[in-house]
Design a protein around this ligand. Sequence first.
Ligand code: ADP
Ligand code: ZN
Ligand code: ZN
Length: 653
Amino acid sequence: MAILEVAIPVPLTQTFDYKSEVEVAKGVRVKVPFGCKKVIGIVLAQKDKSNFEKLRSIEEVLDDTPILDQPMLDFLRWSAQYYHHPIGEVISTALPKNLRIGKDAIIKKITGLPNKIEKPGFSITEEQREAIEKISTSLNKYHGFLLHGVTGSGKTEVYLRLAQTVLNQGKQVLVLVPEIGLTPQMIARFESRLSACIVSIHSQLNETQKLDAYLMAKNGSAGVVLGTRSAIFAPMPNLGLIIIDEEHDTSFKQQSSFRYSARDLCFVRAKQANIPVILGTATPSLEMLKQVMDKKITRLVLAQRAGNAILPKINLIDMRTETGVALSAMLVEKMRQHLSNNKQVMLFINRRGYAPVYFCTECSWKSTCEHCDSSMIYHRHINRLKCHHCNDEKMPEQTCPECGKQSLEVFGYGTQRLEETLGSHFVNTPIIRIDRDTTRRKKAFEQHLKQINSGDPCIIVGTQMLAKGHDFSNLAMVGVLDIDGGLLSSNFRGTEYLAQLLIQVSGRAGRSGEQGEVTIQTRYPDHPIFNYVLSNRYTQFASTLLKQRAQAKMPPFSHQVLICANAKIKQNAENFLQEIANLLKNIKMDSVEIWGPVAPVMEKKADYYYFNLYLQSDDRKSLHQMLATLNQHTHTLTLKNKVRWYLDIDPVE
Ligand code: ADP
Ligand code: ZN
Ligand code: ZN
């Protein structure tokens, strides 16, 4: 008889021991009784004896061969430890749903077979050649490379050539892209260039497709796995290279349940497999720039746009003199010019819906969400007010609930209202709106992209879904509206994110041939960020930010952990964190600073009140030791059953 240590997807840090009549290998799925339920777990180890007396028996062995091999198990264990997250839940995040629920590990339909390969119609630039050469020399060992290339500099070409070299060695390549960067365009580009089987892993696939892709990665038949953040857990026994595109993008951090950073885990996986990792971006995160400063990774620069494309001209429009309008007269005039040259124009506004404010012109009452500290957004086509935080919706009031007058109006602009306003300015020009409301249907986004790629003159209106990775060749101008919120952000990373966004959005303009134009409307034209953004000097801006962070000892010059609690009764959330703070202060770790509890800007969300406690230290080890000690004492917290709480290691929000 054998004793098995099993990881079970429950929010508990420990593992569970079971008896088994037969030997079961590590990494195999087993069905076991748990409480009064049956659950599916993964065997982590065989043991000679258990600390528990009465062991229950496993009910069923689900696999002949392990689902997770030893390196994968090690990687997942490491992740669980680093993020202080239960191993059972970590494993469950890493597996496709069909394996989680016990379906057979069988490929239904082989996909992604090699296509006919096309040769590029250009030769690579000197900068591209140098980058490829440098990375090629360390293909069979661990090394991190920051491929810092301006938008349109041909980073993808560098990935493609290196990927082919690695494939030629019989090895696999993992490519991670941001959530909305994985367009059919990107997949097609890889498929048309690489002689390999390419599978993609992202949320738009159905569960059968996800399982097939997972298993093809696992049996080595997929040469390339192209996916969003969860693809970091794709089993790839012959992994030879990891590429992470748009490294700075925050969608690589999972913001619920198991809060891992796929970007940071890339390094762990690359080290484990002893292979290089390439992080590509036009706007490196301060974290990666710090790694370069510390000589932990190597920065390779592509300073020129590929082909004959040149960087766009960026200018500002001072909106202080243009009250109440979304589009300044100057912006409309510039748009007219480009459209009359048969070019496309894109306007970028980071709010969907019709208008963000529904208010009373008599008494200033404003419609707010009953469940959140936020205002209700008016959606005109359905004539409803919606909360974008909890999805609550209601009919707009006809008369003011405060003063009783019929003086309610909308204020401000979202994508829908902008689309309408544009329609009155540009009667004969097609307007394509791209936001979560117009792309909810699976194929809708693809259809919109197809229309844009036809190259016909049009106005594209979109949210930040549009900021990433798209290559619209006939786009001559980008207008950026309404970014002032980002300048006033309470997040200390606010200006870093805004600069990245502005440069990325600008990068959409003038990708081929003529110089594009970018126009930013703002009420704060004197903000220092514009000194840098207007001249495309992201790197200089980033170094001023790095200096400030170093002085203030903020990340990346220190490490942070967020402990967040939320409860229906506000006091419980705050008091719970105070209990934790007291407990942590007793641990007496001088190198760790403890701040809080503090209420976030949006205190109430979906009827729960939130509080944050921050731990910060320049010594990661002490921080983790402190958390480990905390974990041993959480049972003593008196309010633990009255709150929901989580840890966020290296938080980004
Ligand atoms: P990035 O990923 O850096 O934004 P891309 O790899 O998308 O840039 O390249 C932008 C465009 O330039 C693509 O259409 C690509 O085919 C083209 N391109 C890449 N390298 C070269 C080159 N050496 N010469 C000409 N065109 C190139
Ligand atoms: Zn009123
Ligand atoms: Zn709400």
